[in-house]
Design a protein around this ligand. Structure first.
Ligand SMILES: Cc1ncc(COP(=O)(O)O)c(C=O)c1O
Length: 495
């Protein structure tokens, strides 16, 4: 493939920063007593911190002060940096600043989805229904159940086709049936279980066609896919609200972010009130500011966190999101292809990425081995960090596992919380970030082959503890010996 001048610059930058993440090679001692650098395949839960962004934030902290004032030098600098953070994120997500605002909220996506569910409810009080899909993370499901009267879960495309992406015909049928009552559709851009990418602009067109608004859970897409929320040539395909997490965008410690159309927000008083969002306060009344984003951000925000995130985004944008997607796709495809060659591994969701494009996550099981055992062995023996269980997406996992579980348990009841059932009802998830390499994939695949080959030996080495977790019978690392906050303080103070 020939690279253009622009992407060559991006490629050189990517090569430079790929290994510049804090904790990318933290060593841990494995079951055999050898210390190896960790292989971090848990980026879907939280990604590692981009070191240059952390450094730039440290530089900023020399000027830290609260915003909303321009009296002294630091207040000028802080306010300008904080305003820049908002603008930077809008540009990154293709959100026209004449149409959209960006505001920070809570610790992640969850706070933003709760807020926007209430905003849409109050904006259209006569429409009491939200449509979501069964592939949603609980954070894009429970807020709608709590804040709306009715929630419809649209199925995914067939178990047997094994595609597991949202069914557009079924979404349209639900919209048609609920026309006049459907307030909004809220769908994830990328599944946190299968990594499957949903066609958000097609979904937006459908929602708008039936008079509903569209909210996108961008928790798993913002760091991995180019995003263009505003579609100038096709307004019906534009997104009304998009929410994502800084901690999943290489910026742990940074807040959640909402990007939403100002013409919706301006129609209702912001949910949260307090300092910073009011023009004038008298004993018997107050006047909310008209300016965005101030009116949406009551109280003192997480200024350093916002600056870390926007700095990270500046760097991602300089690499180029198209290039990042392409590079990450190579790693993901290598993993899918290798897993496809191991008959004992079941990968969930369609694996033909031309039919079912994916980003970042692969969830799988190893025949006859419990997800908890596989994840524990990967950690203890191979120092590979993965996640297991149901990834806060119970309905989706249930959909994909029901046939397998029926074979083991007969008729199944997903309310069953018995330890035996819980040990089977779940998956192992390997997830990737821009720092993940082909070597990481190779290490994962070699480890899985070894686990399959020596399944009995590994099973013998483990027992199940009172939390229903697999623990090695003799290897019991004391994590407080590796890191302990109070000891770190003692060490620091004793120098
Ligand atoms: C798709 C999706 N939506 C929402 C969330 C919730 O994000 P947060 O924990 O940052 O609030 C997650 C977290 O894993 C997620 O993967």
């Amino acid at each position: 493939m020939r690279l253009s001048g622009e992407s060559l610059k991006g490629k050189a930058l990517l090569d430079k920063i790929r290994s510049d993440f804090i904790g990318i090679d933290t060593p841990y001692t494995n079951v055999d007593g050898k210390s190896t650098p960790r292989i971090y395949l848990d980026s879907t839960a939280s990604s590692l911190m981009l070191r240059p962004a952390a450094r730039i934030t440290e530089d900023f902290l020399a000027h830290y002060s609260n915003t909303h004032s321009k009296l002294h030098h630091s207040a000028h600098i802080s306010t300008a940096a904080y305003e820049w953070a908002h603008d930077r994120i809008l540009t990154f997500l293709g959100a026209d600043p004449e149409v959209y605002t960006c505001f920070f909220i809570g610790a992640g996506t969850t706070g933003g989805i709760n807020r926007m569910a209430r905003v849409f409810r109050d904006l259209q009080p006569d429409k009491d229904t939200a449509i979501i899909s069964i592939m949603e993370h609980h954070s894009n499901d429970l807020p709608h159940r709590k804040h709306m009267q009715n929630v419809i879960h649209v199925p995914v495309e067939g178990l047997h086709e094994n595609k597991m992406c949202i069914s557009l015909p079924k979404l349209e049928a639900a919209l048609q049936e609920g026309q006049g009552r459907v307030n909004y559709v809220s769908i994830t851009a990328v599944s946190n279980v299968t990594g499957i990418i949903n066609p958000i602009h097609e979904i937006a067109r459908l929602a708008h066609k039936y008079g509903a608004l569209i909210m996108i859970d961008g928790a798993q897409s913002a760091a991995h896919l180019p995003t263009q929320l505003f579609q100038a040539d096709d307004p019906e395909a534009s997104i009304d609200a998009f929410v994502f997490s800084g901690h999943k965008t290489y910026s742990p410690g940074s807040p959640g972010v909402v990007i939403a159309r100002m013409d919706h927000l301006i129609k209702i008083e912001p949910e949260e009130v307090g300092g910073g969002m009011v023009e004038r306060v008298l004993e018997d009344r107050y006047q909310v500011k008209a300016e965005f984003p101030d009116r949406e951000e009551a109280g003192t925000p997480n200024i350093p966190g916002a600056i870390t995130l926007a700095t990270t985004i500046e760097i991602l944008d300089r690499i180029g999101m198209d290039l990042l997607l392409e590079e990450e796709d190579e790693v993901l495809t290598a993993a899918l292809t290798a897993m496809g060659k191991i008959p004992e591994i079941t990968v969930y969701g369609g694996t033909d990425t031309k039919v079912c494009p994916r980003a970042a996550s692969i969830s799988f099981n190893v025949q006859s081995l419990d997800h908890g055992l596989v994840a524990a062995v990967l950690n203890d023996t191979f120092n590979i960090a993965v996640r297991n269980q149901c990834f806060c997406a119970h309905p989706y996992v249930k959909e994909m596992m029901s046939e397998d579980l029926e074979q083991v348990f007969g008729t199944i009841n997903f309310g069953d919380m018995s330890p035996e059932f819980m040990r089977k009802a779940g998956m192992v998830r390997a997830s990737f970030g821009l720092y993940s390499t082909r070597e990481d994939v190779e290490a994962l695949i070699n480890a899985l082959r070894d686990i399959i080959k020596n399944a009995d030996k590994y099973s013998d080495h483990y027992e199940i503890n009172s939390n229903n977790d697999y623990v090695h019978k003799t290897y019991r690392p004391v994590h407080a010996e590796i890191f302990d906050v109070e000891r770190a303080v003692d060490d620091y103070l004793s120098v």
